[in-house]
Ligand binder design. Structure first.
Ligand code: HEC
Length: 203
């Protein structure tokens, strides 16, 4: 009996150690070491489980407000690495290796929607998030993308997941040119994210 208790105790301890090791690995990966990964022919690999990164905003361009035919009729959920987020807070600049990941998420739709795509929920009438529908990434890398203000742009599909495993840099006229012409700061539409970038005031 005594032996069984000792054995069970050791198993619990071992389980704890495995979990602690996994947590430490996650901390390294998502906290510090979450960098763009490239294939041998220079395509960007799909950033792994990017929904665990820092969520900084969600512009919305629904069909109902774009004559029924928005180019991107979805929420644009934007994520960035914790390390880049911290660096921006400190210096106001996105460091080399920053990735902005934009996942598109359609407005929730079923028979109860109004014609403009809005619906009634207990919180009121409005637009509500539905299914994911595509993903785009921008990467700051001055050695690869000097020609387009140090940022490269990648489309991983405008469809439900799974998204492409890797993507080639899009031609400048497809993406970078509009960011060059219109972005608020260093190729990023940061004014849409600024409301949540600063540390919260102390209560
Ligand atoms: C016609 C202009 C235009 C083009 C072309 C364009 N974008 Fe953007 N992009 C925007 C605007 C405006 C935002 C912010 C507002 C929004 O998401 O609706 C944005 C936001 C982004 C973001 C979030 C980070 C940021 O910079 O704010 C990523 C990532 C992104 N775009 C990638 C791409 C990729 C990849 C392409 C090409 C496949 C592309 N964009 C083409 C206008 C454009």
């Amino acid at each position: 009996m005594k032996l069984m208790i000792v054995v069970a105790g050791a198993a619990i301890l071992a389980g704890g150690a495995v979990m602690a090791a996994a947590a430490a690995k996650d901390k390294v990966k998502y906290g510090v070491d979450y960098k763009p990964q490239w294939t041998e022919n220079g395509e960007l690999k799909q950033p792994e489980d990017f929904r665990r990164l820092v969520f900084i905003g969600s512009p919305l361009t629904p069909n109902g407000l774009n004559d029924g035919a928005a180019g991107f009729p979805e929420y644009h959920n934007v994520y960035v690495q914790p390390k880049a987020f911290e660096a921006y807070r400190k210096s106001g600049e996105w460091p080399e290796g920053t990735m902005m990941i934009k996942e598109l998420q359609l407005v929730k739709t079923d028979d109860s929607n109004f014609e403009d795509g809005s619906r009634l929920e207990p919180s009121g009438r409005g637009f509500f998030p539905g299914v994911p529908n595509g993903m785009d990434v921008s990467v700051k890398d001055s050695s690869r993308f000097a020609d387009t203000n140090n940022w490269g742009y990648f489309n991983f599909g405008h469809n439900a997941p799974p998204y492409a495993a890797s993507a080639a840099a899009a031609p400048a006229e497809a993406c970078a040119s509009c960011h060059i012409a219109n972005a608020d700061e260093d190729m990023v539409f940061v004014d849409f994210y600024k409301g949540v970038l600063d540390p919260l005031p102390k209560p």
